[in-house]
Design a binder for this molecule. Structure first.
Ligand code: NAD
Length: 381
């Protein structure tokens, strides 16, 4: 659905740069979003919030209430990354990563979308054979607010004999399964209309209910082909023949693991964006990778996952698909021109830092604007 006369629109975006390489990649991501907005005739009103270690240092809280409020009142949240190993000894509720859970809960984000797409120029970056991975284009839809991370009872309990027992509970209600299933079916409808639901229904009752509800919801989407896989088989199929997948739907814990496995098919964590969505309100858009403290402040970070997260923000929260396309085309063009940050570098390519990669994308966007029909030539650099 397109927004009529988007020309005059201003969107309010909360930028959360966080820790480590966060501020560096955020700077690039924002510049690219601003550039494409100007080209497409809308504008972005940025508001900056503290999150993670940076917020803890400033306020003693990794997710200050003002940050959550700012996020709730915006059209979308653009997040970089949080965390540093120096915070590992803090109590759990003070750790930077807690902020992510608080943000998801505070915004009611129950669906995590992780597209995994191989850029032809980066096929050689994967540890798998080129014929296995060339052309991969899948999305993992992970349920984000239920399952074993949140189910009760949970804790470490001591029984009458003094022996301790650790307990977590994997639980899903019908309503929780139905709403995430609909997100995945809707997405499949906009893609190649294939949905694979992943569970462990041969062993787990919670998975039996999951499979039953996903099958029931499928009746609303007769145009989408539904299949089911057990999670152990899905893990194998992802490395055996990943091209068989279009949309993969799964619960929280399985999704946590499978989405990282799927991410590594590309061999380059610095390339992967993600979106976390609720039923209404702002979504959160962030790279899959963390704050990479080992390279922070050295202008070595790959900003492309951040940039591509910006494209998802445009597509899913601002309903500006053409602007999103422009960013994705610019990324592809810059890769085709041979520019690489260190994490995706291969021989014969041109090594650039975070800032320069950003400049190349801006230049390519400007070039696309100047010659709107043809995408910029791949022979540029
Ligand atoms: P990481 O993703 O930060 O880094 C893993 C490796 O990939 C590192 O060698 C890093 O240099 C490299 N890398 C990551 N992103 C890169 C990029 N854009 N360009 C180039 N290289 C990149 O994971 P980690 O080292 O396990 O964790 C570091 C910190 O990040 C920890 O505190 C962790 O808790 C946190 N973390 C945060 C998030 C998040 O904010 N969503 C996700 C994962 C980890």
């Amino acid at each position: 659905m397109s927004v009529p006369s988007s020309a005059a629109r201003t969107y309010r975006i909360t930028a959360l740069a966080g820790d480590g390489i966060g501020p560096e990649i955020m700077q690039v991501g924002r510049a690219v979003l601003d550039a494409v907005a100007a080209q497409m005739g809308f504008s972005l009103q940025w508001q900056e919030g503290l999150i993670g270690g940076a917020a803890y240092e400033a306020t003693g809280d990794p997710l200050p209430p003002e940050t959550l409020k700012m996020a709730q009142e915006s059209d979308a949240v653009y997040l970089a990354a949080v965390g540093d190993f120096k915070y590992d000894t803090l109590p759990r509720e003070k750790r930077p990563e807690r902020a992510l859970l608080g943000l998801r809960a505070g915004l009611g984000l129950f669906a995590n979308l992780r597209p995994v797409k191989i850029f032809p120029q980066l096929v050689e970056a994967s540890s798998l054979k080129a014929e296995v991975i060339a052309g991969i284009d899948l999305v993992v839809v992970r349920e984000l607010t239920g399952g074993i991370y949140f189910g009760q009872p949970k804790g470490i309990f001591t029984d009458a004999t003094g022996s301790r027992r650790g307990v977590n509970t994997m639980a899903y209600s019908e309503a929780e399964v139905d709403r995430i299933a609909r997100v995945a079916f809707e997405l499949a409808r906009k893609r190649r209309r294939k949905l694979c639901s992943v569970d462990k229904a041969n062993v787990l009752e919670v998975s039996q209910l999951w499979r039953e509800r996903v099958t029931a919801i499928a009746a609303e989407y007769p145009d989408v082909e539904l299949s089911h896989l057990y999670v152990d088989n899905a893990a194998m199929q992802l490395v055996r023949w990943p091209k068989q997948f279009d949309v993969i739907l799964t619960e929280n814990l399985f999704g946590d693991i499978l989405s990282d496995e799927a991410a590594m098919l590309t061999g380059s964590i610095g390339m992967l964006p993600s979106a976390s969505l609720g039923s209404s309100g702002p979504g959160v858009y962030e790279p899959v990778h963390g704050s990479a403290p080992d390279i922070a402040g050295q202008d070595k970070a790959n900003p492309l996952a951040q940039v591509l997260s910006g494209a998802m923000l445009l597509r899913y929260s601002l309903d500006q698909p053409q602007a999103a396309d422009r960013i994705e085309q610019a990324v592809e063009a810059v890769l085709a021109q041979g520019y690489r940050t260190a994490d995706i570098y291969s021989e014969g390519m041109t090594l650039v830092g975070c800032r320069e990669m950003g400049e190349k994308i801006l230049a390519t966007l400007a070039q696309q604007q100047a010659s709107p029909q043809g995408s910029p030539s791949a022979a540029g650099g």
